[in-house]
Design a protein around this ligand. Structure first.
Ligand code: FES
Length: 93
């Protein structure tokens, strides 16, 4: 939905701000769990924290082609740790 709004804003050359959502581990900018891939003014790759740099962001900064789960290394790591924890819980009852 937000990507569609962004695409419309680009098509009609009007500014667009979006309010992003992300799982937040700390909400302090420390855990990097809420990172989204973005682009700076000169097109350089950036990783913005939704908790500190957002949640409202200029839609032109956001990389709409990278799923949030791939932006955050922590998310993939957390998912793996959750799976390991579930296996451990099942073994230990
Ligand atoms: S929630 Fe931890 S860095 Fe954003």
């Amino acid at each position: 939905m937000m990507k569609a709004a962004h695409d419309l804003s680009v098509k009609h050359r009007v500014p667009c701000e979006v309010s992003l959502e992300a799982r937040m581990g700390c909400s302090l900018g420390a855990c990097m769990g809420c990172v989204v891939r973005a682009f700076g003014a000169d097109g350089e790759e950036q990783f913005l924290r939704v908790c500190l740099d957002g949640p409202i962001m200029d839609s032109r900064k956001v990389d709409w082609n990278t799923p949030p789960s791939e932006s955050s290394g922590r998310t993939a790591r957390a998912r793996s740790q959750e799976q390991q924890s579930l296996v451990y819980d099942r073994k230990t009852g």
